[in-house]
Unconditional design. Structure first.
Length: 588
């Protein structure tokens, strides 16, 4: 080799040559077809834009016969390009990625068109209503009761769905909508009906601002009650604590003073505080943390994130989620079905689990690096500010010992995504803190050439235009950052990363990067966070143990103060299989 020859420069040129050869394997006809397909999507979204605008009465406009025909033709025009695109022989990265996008969008186009062809303008129907129903899977559970699994902001029902010969296990969550004002009003109305003697007090509560009511201290600290005190002293301690933390700040002490000695005051206060505690939690999650507008959906953001990940070539990274209509005893309920994914999780960790004693070595595996990098990127694009370690499932092979290796991850509980406008803060990793992104993922971003691909994929999920546009803007910002930093790393050795920059990594080069080095150069990245799994798992086990003891103490004190019998030990779960639902069609 000639003296002074620049190996780094040669490698950079070779990378470019390989890329050019890959692009040459994509035919000109395929590129033209994809451009035409995207233009049809643009026309389709243009024609349907007004159909997704709420009218003054809060409903969507009914489609006229002329509008139905135009929209049908637009859907058909896009579908006409699909078969040709999928039949093209191109085998380059661009060709493969374009066909991947088309394969994700084609079923939605087909379902939507079938729904449009099944109606006529004589029966007033809105486009959003049609699309929502067409994309749902209708599952009949008969009279079976599904076990409920508690979530952070809602509960899920464990069910199985028959898919031909196979059974798919997952969790169904009923539709959840942000409506704090309505939730607050309905809760107070229920309390007034149950406790009519306290109507004046509850009316006064209803006059407080929603923000102030949610922020007041509704946590009833039963653990501070001393069991050795007299019943009256225990009662006084309980009331004083709630009085100081919630009633006085809300200017309700004058109304409470006249009722404080009533025999039913403590039961009333107990139910009031428990209900307000749940309301405060939801208000903090949805309005404060996520900044969601009233009327925004919650559960279907899981679906939106799954679909965006699929468009970006990472379909198996995010737990599959899809809209579902569950029928029980003839009654239909809409919601979201999320597949059950398997692995280890800090929330479910138990004393003695290998997860608690793993070292950095157990997490070092080049085969998983691309998915971790993609996780950061997808979360950023979708604005998910809640990618905590409890929302990642980790898979190790083997399970025990020094030879255990992280072999895969799955992302669950993705409902804290798609906020309106910009999304920064929380647990969101920004591009400058990511460290690396895979070249295949970057190429997938490049092939998403129009926001219309985004719009079509989430048309049935109730996202606002601002939320969709925000996700697209973040995709464009991330792509631009990668492209800007590409030149910065042109003369840097393979495996080198630097704070503030994001490096593009070809699939064959992940072996030159390690979790530990990325954690050191980018301490705000998920590479750094994942290495804390053993420590966080140990903390979670200890916290759950302490919380379990505190919960028992609170409940024992609560039942004693309210004159209730001691709580009986909960029966052990029998691990019965969840009920099986049969697919009976779609929402139409």
């Amino acid at each position: 080799m000639p003296q002074g020859f620049d190996v780094t420069e040669m490698r950079a040129h070779l990378d470019e040559y390989v890329k050019e050869i890959g692009d040459l394997l994509t035919t000109r006809e395929e590129l033209d077809r994809f451009a035409t397909f995207n233009s049809h999507l643009s026309v389709l979204n243009g024609y349907t834009k007004s159909a997704y605008q709420l009218q003054e009465n809060g409903s969507y406009p009914a489609l006229t016969e002329e509008e139905l025909q135009i929209i049908r033709e637009s859907y058909q025009a896009a579908l006409d390009e699909v078969s040709g695109l999928l039949a093209e022989p191109g085998q380059g990265p661009a060709a493969i990625r374009m066909r991947g996008i088309v394969r994700e969008l084609a079923p939605m186009l087909q379902n939507d068109l079938a729904a449009l062809q099944s109606v006529n303008a004589e029966v007033p129907t809105s486009l959003p209503e049609l699309v929502v129903k067409a994309r749902q899977t209708a599952v009949d559970l008969g009279s079976q009761v599904a076990p409920t699994v508690g979530g952070n902001t809602n509960s899920r029902q464990h069910i199985q769905v028959a898919q031909g010969e196979a059974l798919e296990s997952g969790f169904f969550t009923e539709t959840v909508t942000v409506d704090p004002q309505g939730d607050y009003r309905r809760f107070l109305d229920r309390m007034k009906e149950k406790y009519p003697d306290y109507r004046g007090f509850l009316d006064q509560m209803g006059r407080q601002s929603l923000e102030y009511a949610a922020a007041s201290g509704w946590n009833m600290p039963y653990e501070i009650v001393n069991p050795e005190d007299s019943p009256e002293a225990q009662r006084r301690t309980m009331i004083d604590r709630v009085w100081n933390s919630a009633l006085v700040p809300m200017d309700l002490e004058g109304h409470a003073a006249a009722m404080i000695n009533r025999p039913d005051f403590l039961p009333f206060l107990d139910e009031l505080c428990q209900g307000m505690r749940g309301f405060s939690r939801d208000y903090g999650n949805f309005k404060i943390t996520q900044g969601l507008e009233d009327g925004a959906n919650i559960d279907r953001r899981n679906i939106a994130m799954y679909r965006v990940a699929a468009l970006l070539g990472k379909k198996t990274l995010v737990a599959e989620a899809r809209p579902m209509l569950v029928i029980r005893n003839g009654q239909a309920v809409t919601g979201t079905f999320m597949e059950e994914v398997y692995g280890d999780n800090i929330i479910t960790a138990k004393e003695g689990d290998p997860l608690l004693s793993y070292t950095v070595k157990n997490f070092e595996n080049p085969a998983v690096m691309d998915d971790i990098a993609a996780m950061q990127a997808i979360d950023f694009i979708c604005g998910n500010r809640d990618r905590n370690l409890g929302n990642i499932m980790f898979r190790f092979q083997p399970k025990d010992g020094a030879n255990a290796r992280l072999t895969g991850i799955s992302l669950i509980d993705n409902d804290a995504s798609f906020p309106p406008g910009e999304a920064y803060g929380g647990l969101l990793v920004e591009p400058r803190d990511m460290g690396v992104v895979g070249e295949d993922f970057y190429n997938a971003m490049r092939r998403l050439t129009t926001i219309d691909q985004f719009r079509l994929s989430v048309a049935d999920l109730g996202l606002s235009e601002e939320e969709i546009q925000g996700a697209w803007n973040r995709k464009e910002a991330l792509q631009a950052k990668v492209e800007a930093d590409r030149a910065y790393f042109a003369d840097k050795p393979v495996g080198y990363t630097e704070a503030g920059h994001i490096r593009l990594v070809p699939e064959t080069q992940w072996r030159h990067y390690t979790m530990q080095k990325l954690a050191e150069s980018h301490p705000k990245s998920q590479f750094s966070t994942i290495l804390t799994v053993p420590k966080e798992a140990r903390s979670e086990v200890e916290a759950q143990r302490e919380e379990g003891q505190a919960k028992q103490l609170r409940e024992a004190n609560r039942r004693r103060l309210l004159g209730l019998p001691p709580v009986e030990a909960a029966p052990q779960a029998d691990n019965a299989a969840p009920p099986v639902g049969v697919i009976v069609g779609n929402g139409l």
